[in-house]
Design a protein. Sequence first.
Length: 101
Amino acid sequence: MENTKGELLPGSYAEVHLKLPSEASTFKLPVNAVIFRTEGVRVAVIGPGGKVALLPVTLGRDYGNSLEVVSGLGGSERIIVNAPDSIEAGQAVRVAEPKTE
């Protein structure tokens, strides 16, 4: 680095933060929202008409109790957590409303 004005002193340091453009958003999901099948990793979501859709996803980092999803989700999906292993695409689901006290 050129330092003709002598502004950088020997032994000096700087902290730099770079904002790099990202091609896609990533999401963190709890481990129990991800389904591991022989055909690949899937996430069960509530699709049109209250039917189950199994979306193929690509995983990134493993954070222990959550996983990073790097592709396959758009961010507006309604994800099914704790889906049974027997869940299939096209099954009808009913969303339970939260209990109010």
